[in-house]
Ligand binder design. Structure first.
Ligand code: ADP
Ligand code: MG
Length: 373
């Protein structure tokens, strides 16, 4: 199993820069997520690591080895694509066995051997060497596809196809597993199940994994560390809790979870707390900033919605409920405060009424929960 190091990776497509100075240091056995909006360069980064794309500049290493000059096959990376990229005319077993066979066929006259192999496969005369047969059987059992081994992949459900794609990558015993939006074609419920399946397999095999997604919840729930990307650059790398509690830019605060982001102006500090003017109100924070114009970040769950004013909070505002959204275990309120609309999440307690639009409320926020960027 290898670590993956990417140093100063850039990539231009006909003069247009799509990756700028990407640096990654992924530890052996780590589950690492690349998170960012569509078009930010996640797939291109993956393709450079896998060897399908040639970097304009930069160095990529697996373990100690620089792999820039190697073909995809020589890199020992397993890849799972969003579209699965299975052979629809082959059954599950043959799909999973394919690369093992092709690898074995290498040497002289590869093309001729491959043609022979494909012909045998088509006429179903293919007989696999015993060790390949066993490897494929084992991996199919591992991903719970044994009973589907003889089915065409086109006859399988999305979740099953996903597991074939996973089995096909894993059977090669890669040093690094690369997964590019592997769950985005699945429905919501299956996506949740597959998250757990993938995470469990990754922990079982302790395989270094890079997982690309545009879904922050997916990245945050699965990965040991997450790199947030935007417009061809890495903005911040950290553990999910790191990113959530200390986003370095408003973009990250907004992309990783939900945030109230309000522009404010720093006043003189009081009692060791920063004081920020927002519209005609002030808010206090334990954070500091060395500039006058700041963005005030407050997570929805850190706004306490109260019936009456409480001395418990250093920050107290008057608000009016605009909208309530019942989300099962929480109720999300949009609340008008001065010129701004804030989002507040409260725990839903059964038997308790959800506040109606128009209700006047007090909001309490502790200065520890007010972040300045
Ligand atoms: P993501 O996977 O984050 O959605 P991509 O890596 O696919 O983003 O794309 C990043 C940018 O590079 C996009 O603007 C895309 O249009 C561009 N791009 C990707 N592949 C090519 C290519 N082969 N030729 C030209 N532009 C490309
Ligand atoms: Mg992509």
């Amino acid at each position: 199993m290898g670590s993956v190091v990417v140093e100063k990776l850039t990539k231009d497509f006909s003069g247009v820069t799509v990756l700028q100075n990407i640096n990654l240091d992924i530890k052996e056995g780590e589950f690492f997520a690349l998170l960012g909006p569509s078009g930010c360069g996640k797939t291109t980064t993956m393709r450079c690591i896998a060897g399908f794309e040639k970097p304009t500049s930069g160095v990529i290493r697996i373990g100690e080895k620089v792999i820039n000059g190697l073909t995809p096959n020589q890199r020992n990376c397993g890849m799972v694509f969003q579209s699965y990229a299975l052979f629809p005319h082959m059954n599950v077993f043959d799909n999973v066995a394919y690369s093992l066979n092709v690898k074995r066929l290498k040497g002289s006259n590869v093309l001729k051997k491959m043609a022979t192999y494909t012909r045998m496969l088509n006429s179903r005369l293919v007989k696999y060497p015993k060790d390949i047969e066993k490897k494929v059987r084992d991996i199919l059992e591992y991903v719970e596809l044994t009973e589907h081994a003889k089915k065409l992949t086109s006859a399988l459900s999305g979740g099953q196809q996903q597991r074939v794609a996973l089995a096909r990558a894993l059977v090669m015993e890669p040093e690094v597993l690369l997964m590019d939006e592997p769950l985005s074609n699945l429905d919501q419920k299956l996506r949740h199940t597959m998250r757990n399946t993938i995470r469990k397999i990754q922990q079982d095999l302790k395989i270094t994994t890079i997982f690309v997604t545009h879904d922050q919840e997916e990245a945050m729930s699965m990965a040991d560390r997450v790199a947030v990307m935007n417009e061809g650059e890495i903005l911040q790398i950290g553990t999910p809790t790191d990113l959530y509690s200390n986003p370095r830019t408003p973009f990250i605060a907004d992309f990783v979870g939900t945030s109230n982001i309000i522009p404010g102006e720093m006043l003189d500090p009081e009692d060791g707390l920063s004081v920020i003017q927002i519209g005609n109100q002030v808010v206090k924070s334990v954070s500091t900033a060395d500039k006058k114009a700041v963005q005030v970040i407050i997570r929805p769950e850190n706004i306490n919605v109260l019936k009456e004013e409480s001395k418990e909070y250093d920050n107290s505002f008057e608000g009016e409920i605009l909208f309530a959204t019942y989300l099962g275990s929480i109720v999300r309120y949009d609340i008008k405060v001065g010129d701004y609309t804030l989002t507040a999440d409260t725990t839903y307690e059964s038997g308790k009424n959800i506040l109606k639009a128009g209700t006047s409320v007090k909001l309490g926020v502790s200065p520890e929960r007010v972040l300045l960027i």
